[in-house]
Ligand binder design. Structure first.
Ligand code: GLY
Ligand code: MN
Ligand code: MN
Length: 438
């Protein structure tokens, strides 16, 4: 569990960066209707969670560095017996103060009366424009109220600064406590992958596998998936974001599973690909060999000082070599890489930052150059090969083979730690695990 004090340190760090004379305003996520009177399960906005841990919608967090009467304010819903009877408990203003450590808390319905006064006299507003159009308009409305009062001596803020820039850079570097949670969520997600390898057999449906994954996550304390699980048998694996998960699994096909749990807001993102009947065919074995090699070689490049693009470049070279060896491409390896000939079979990048969001925040380029890896960053390494039957000129024997092997990797002081390492990926280990007791 990430401690209250850590959330406080994050706010302190952000406020030190902002300096006095500034104000940060961050609205919570909103509830979303799924169908009449039924909402999607609420998930707090990751930035809002990162700074407050406050789990409710209809809330606004305000930071006022240097303000004597209190630097940290939350606007939130009032306690309301009837609403709480129907819709669930609320923390109210006293809970916000007691449990979440804010200096002051006000009813969300009073925000129009209070917030312009808090903005007044502050030079800079830190705010994430473009996330919630309606709230963008309210910010402008509050500024305009102050502009209308200039003759009476009001001092409206003159500068609007993107809050996400500094905040997302903070989120990119994981603390020890965050790493501990990410280790846990990767481990429990890896366990779910292993469990479904054990139960998989021809004839069952992708949906049953999805159900087992969700069950395994929840049973281990992670109620939600970090993203919709991809459970793709055979050629479905060649659809990168396949989520229908409703086909029968066929003898002789591979099964690609891209699934990760969410724990305390933090995501795992793991892919494994294994034979539905427990034994890789010759072609599947060859293709898998190259993807696994690309995965391992790319992971080796995850270390401080390397550009974040190095794992991708490494994976591309190994996969192109594999495509040559398998006779799928012909020509000179360097020319093929230059021409991006691999892209027909490997059309995505080898990874992304991982954290509170599965495609986590943080710049990938600094001054137009690829960002250099540093201790505390977490990224995925996820090479793949996709041999769709739709690919022109591809020998039929490769059709329907879609493979991705995705791990979650922490950059450490000397190299890396593979957080998802307990999800087995060697051919022999998988085949051995999948042997059914007779
Ligand atoms: N599961 C989404 C991804 O691998 O990026
Ligand atoms: Mn990923
Ligand atoms: Mn994934």
């Amino acid at each position: 569990m990430i401690k209250k004090a850590e959330f406080g340190r994050r706010r302190r760090k952000l406020m030190n960066f902002m300096g006095n004379n500034s104000i940060a305003i961050l609205p919570s996520a909103s509830e979303l209707v799924r169908s009449r009177d039924t909402d999607f399960r609420f998930r707090q906005h990751s930035d809002f969670h990162y700074l407050s841990a406050f789990p409710e919608p209809e809330a606004v967090l305000v930071l006022l560095p240097g303000r004597e009467q209190g630097e940290y304010i939350i606007f939130c819903r009032e306690k309301d017996e009837v609403m709480e009877t129907w819709h669930g408990r609320r923390h109210g203003q006293s809970g916000a103060k007691k449990q979440f450590g804010c200096d002051d808390a006000f009813p969300i319905d009073d925000i129009d009366d209070i917030l312009p006064g808090l903005m007044e006299g502050r030079e800079r507003i830190y705010y994430e424009f473009g996330n919630q159009a309606e709230f963008d308009n309210r910010i402008m409305g509050w500024i305009n109220i102050l502009r209308g009062q200039v003759k009476q001596g009001a001092h409206p803020p003159g500068e609007l600064i993107d809050l996400s820039h500094v905040l997302h850079d903070m989120r990119l570097f994981k603390s020890n406590a965050e790493i501990e949670v990410m280790r846990k969520v990767a481990k429990l997600s890896a366990d779910a992958h292993i469990q479904v390898m054990k139960i998989c057999q021809p004839g069952i449906n992708e949906l049953q596998i999805e159900a087992e994954i969700k069950y395994q996550f929840a049973k281990q304390g992670a109620r939600f998936e970090a993203y919709n699980s991809i459970v793709a048998g055979g050629e479905n694996a060649c659809i990168l974001h396949y989520v229908e998960n409703d086909c029968e699994l066929k003898n002789g096909d591979l099964l690609l599973i891209d699934a990760g749990a969410e724990l305390q807001g933090y995501a795992a993102d793991i892919t494994r690909t294994f034979p539905i009947n427990g034994k890789y065919s010759d072609e599947q074995r060859q293709a898998y060999h190259w993807v696994l090699k690309a995965n391992k070689q790319a992971i080796k490049q995850v270390k401080p000082g390397n550009p974040w693009t190095k794992p991708h470049e490494t994976a591309v070279r190994v996969l192109t070599e594999g495509l040559l060896e398998m006779g799928i491409l012909t020509g000179d390896i360097d020319e093929l890489i230059d021409q991006q000939a691999y892209k027909v079979f490997y059309m995505h990048k080898t990874g992304h930052w991982l954290g509170l969001d599965v495609h986590d925040v943080g710049d990938y380029l600094i001054d137009k150059e690829p960002r250099i890896l540093e201790q505390g960053m977490v990224l995925t390494v996820e090479p793949g090969l996709y041999f769709s039957p739709k690919t022109k000129g591809l020998d039929k024997k490769w059709w329907g083979i879609g493979i991705r092997i995705e791990d979650d990797v922490l950059v450490t002081s000397k190299g890396h730690e593979v957080l998802s390492k307990s999800a087995i990926k060697e051919i022999n280990a998988i085949e051995k695990l999948m042997v059914k007791p007779t």
